[in-house]
Design a protein around this ligand. Structure first.
Ligand code: ZN
Length: 189
């Protein structure tokens, strides 16, 4: 069986056995929080457990590195929707130690693209059309700075509801221990 068939077969049993019942909840986050964090596999179950979050408690947005780079990109739009339309009133950015985006080098990623069949011509065409591939595919040097930067982009966004606390944290991917980077109740800008 392939992965997709495994999933579909399992799912049929899951639904038929009513296993979803213990997860029933609403679409508005009970704890009125929106969290931006990393897609790291170690955080899938650990992060909600370490923060005492259950199904229905928070909107959780994930990407590679828990990074908000674009004030008018997809992640920021999701944050604003959560705040304006879904009842959230606080934002937390949670980076983590040992993140794959730490030290990510765009040259290496492009090299891997070429190995997997993307042509040099495609890369050149994108470059020539003004796509900043290098910048786009580069991670960060330091997770602490990255969390601070993402918090800053959210906090300074012209469309953020006034006085929305925006916090920054770093989670340990094995122990779940949280380190505070920015306390959004205390920040003054
Ligand atoms: Zn990560």
């Amino acid at each position: 069986m392939n992965k997709l068939n495994d999933i579909l077969a399992y799912n049929e049993e899951f639904v038929a056995n009513g296993e979803f019942e213990k997860y029933l909840t609403g679409r508005f986050p009970d704890k009125k929080m929106v969290i931006v964090t990393c897609m790291d596999t170690r955080l899938t179950e650990l992060l909600p457990k370490a923060l005492n979050l259950r199904n229905g408690d928070a909107k959780i947005i994930k990407n590679a590195g828990a990074i908000v780079t674009q004030p008018f990109g997809n992640i920021m739009r999701s944050i604003l929707i959560a705040l304006y339309e879904l009842g959230a009133n606080e934002v937390i950015v949670i980076g983590h130690h040992e993140c794959g985006m730490t030290g990510l080098n765009s040259d290496v990623v492009i090299e891997h693209m070429l190995e997997k069949g993307v042509t040099q011509e495609t890369i050149n065409t994108l470059r020539n059309s003004g796509m900043h591939l290098e910048r786009w595919l580069t991670g960060f040097d330091n997770v602490h700075d990255s969390v601070e930067r993402s918090v800053g982009i959210i906090k300074n966004h012209p469309l953020l509801p006034a006085s929305t606390p925006v916090h920054g944290l770093i989670i340990h991917p094995e122990t779940g221990k949280l380190d505070l980077v920015v306390n959004g109740y205390e920040s003054d800008n």
